[in-house]
Write a protein that binds this ligand. Structure first.
Ligand code: FES
Ligand code: MG
Length: 547
């Protein structure tokens, strides 16, 4: 360490704070994190600690193939073993783009060190020709306009540039903003962690305060498991409903709870989220973007409005409780953060559907869905995999109408593999041209946190391992009953059995390396898509043998 110019004084046994950095130029959303780390370091030094920054593998949504989700568990292992293998007493986690947040939290959770989360923050709002544009959400809309010839390629390109004009993560309430907000709600990140824009100097102040606090956490021996309790997970589910958060939070929180040994299940998502109103009027469910959310007062306001539903005595990383955090919260814009009497959606929580098509469950985000499709019986149009869907979806002869239910198979954890965000599918062009903008879609895939529509996701067990989804054929009737929490295939049991005995699983797409490890060990969506051998933690290591 002396070769790096650290003085003897820094090596006197003061708390060593690792700054776990997911910076990468391949992850545009996290590109400002080396600078952010400098602010964390200043805070660590102010409190008498010794900061040491280290890189871990980063995961950028826009570029990674086949899907970043395939690498979340890999990064969690990188984080876990780097913390455990080095003399690190506490850790500050710098994360932003979707999968980076759950990955670093899962890694830290498995080694039970004092931990604080610092999110990179959302990018500035997109602005284009007097319109406000949100990452992901408006790109999907513009893409539909382009595919139906309403805008040109150069207009699409210009809009894309206007939408991506600063450092930071997607500024819709997509997965990145959701996970940053839930980190705040669970008390592992400081107040306002979720919403301060990436380029706002107050983000740097939050980073400094977090570095300072990390040193105190070590001195007081407050570990991640004393913050992320069952009470914190319950709060997260309710806050997710209130913010209209991403469906991806479901698998990430299930996996995180598994690392911590917290008893938390898919059923908890439905039970605790039931009747939580969505108050935050942000895209993809609503109108505004993260800058407006920050200006309106951010998450403390949301939590104050639903305080009757929260465990206010849950601990907060700065000391004290979640309840103490929100005492003085005030709302500065009731349109952006709605009141309880004027919610965006009365039922905001994630719904968990079960039935003959999804024995272990499937999910739907009602705030992003069309009301008229929440009770529906319709014929299936089946796509065997994502390639089949892409090849045929715009075929003018595709036999679909407004009642059709699109079904996509083999896009689950093992089948794709990695459970990509293809569950939204793209709507058939011929229906878009008729002005139809939503259809029920069912798959074992995930969807982007910035996406919208009546989309039923995470069907478990998945098609590739012979779940009932694998047995659906085009023309079968499917019954969706969201209120009754049912998802059923209206085909006789005898016929299902006939099809099951003829089922042949698709061949695995990887035979070696990490892809093989993934296929061999990944659990289903209802268990959080973590590896079976990563569930739980190994604690902190025994001290190193000294010579
Ligand atoms: Fe990175 Fe959306 S693509 S946060
Ligand atoms: Mg996303």
């Amino acid at each position: 360490m002396k070769s790096q110019g650290f003085s003897q004084e820094l090596l006197d046994g003061r708390p060593v704070i690792g700054i776990c950095n997911t910076w990468s130029e391949l992850t545009n959303c996290n590109r400002h994190m080396r600078e952010l780390a400098e602010h964390v370091k200043r805070g660590v030094l102010m409190a008498g600690g010794f900061p040491l920054e280290f890189p871990v593998t980063s995961l950028g949504e826009p570029l990674m193939r086949p899907t970043t989700m395939m690498f979340r568990n890999l990064v969690s292992m990188d984080v876990e073993e780097t913390i455990r293998g080095n003399p690190i007493d506490g850790v500050v986690l710098l994360a932003g783009c979707d999968k980076t947040t759950p990955a670093v939290l899962m890694g830290a959770a498995s080694c039970a060190v004092p931990t604080i989360l610092v999110s990179g923050g959302p990018m500035l709002n997109g602005r284009f020709r007097g319109r406000s544009l949100g990452s992901g959400t408006d790109m999907f809309k513009l893409d539909e306009e382009y595919r139906t010839g309403r805008i040109s390629r150069s207009e699409l390109d210009a809009a894309e540039a206007a939408m991506s004009r600063s450092a930071g993560s997607c500024m819709t309430m997509g997965t990145a903003s959701t996970m940053a907000s839930l980190g705040e709600a669970m008390g592992i990140g400081l107040p306002m962690n979720g919403s301060i824009p990436a380029v706002d100097s107050r983000r740097a102040v939050l980073a400094e305060a977090s570095g300072k606090r990390a040193v105190e956490l070590v001195r007081q021996n407050i570990t991640i498991s004393s913050i992320l309790t069952r009470a914190a997970f319950e709060n997260a589910v309710r806050v997710n409903g209130a913010i209209g958060g991403s469906t991806n939070a479901v698998v990430h929180l299930l996996a995180l709870a598994g690392r911590l040994g917290v008893d938390f299940t898919l059923e908890d998502w439905d039970r605790l989220g039931r009747d939580v109103p969505t108050l935050v009027d942000l895209k993809p469910s609503g109108r505004f973007l993260m800058e407006e959310f920050f200006d309106a007062g951010g998450l403390p306001v949301v939590m104050k409005r639903i305080e009757n539903l929260l465990n206010l005595d849950a601990p907060a990383v700065e000391g004290g409780t979640i309840g103490e955090r929100i005492v003085e919260a005030r709302c500065w814009n009731d349109e952006v953060i709605r009141t309880l009497s004027n919610p965006l959606t009365a039922q905001g929580g994630i719904m968990v559907l079960k039935g003959s098509l999804a024995p272990d469950g499937a999910i739907i985000k009602p705030s992003a869905a069309s009301q008229h499709l929440m009770q529906h019986r319709g014929p299936a149009m089946v796509f065997e995999n994502a390639e089949d869907m892409r090849a045929r979806i715009d075929d003018p002869d595709l036999d679909v109408d407004a009642d059709t239910i699109l079904v996509l198979k083999n896009a689950g954890p093992r089948g794709y593999p990695g459970m990509p965000e293809v569950g939204t599918m793209s709507l058939p062009r011929k229906l878009l041209q008729q002005g139809i903008t939503d259809l029920i879609r069912i798959s074992d895939a995930r969807m982007s946190g910035t996406a919208f529509g009546t989309v039923i996701l995470h069907v478990s067990p998945e098609a590739a391992i012979g779940g009932p989804l694998a047995l659906v054929r085009t023309g079968d009737m499917i019954i969706v009953d969201a209120a009754g929490r049912r998802l059923d295939l209206d085909v006789s049991a005898a016929e299902i059995e006939r099809r099951r005995s003829a089922f042949v699983p698709p061949p695995p797409r990887y035979h070696r390396g990490y892809g093989r490890l993934f296929i061999d060990h990944v659990q289903q969506a209802d268990k959080g898509v973590d590896f079976d051998f990563l569930v739980g933690g190994s604690g902190t290591p025994p001290s190193k043998v000294s010579f």
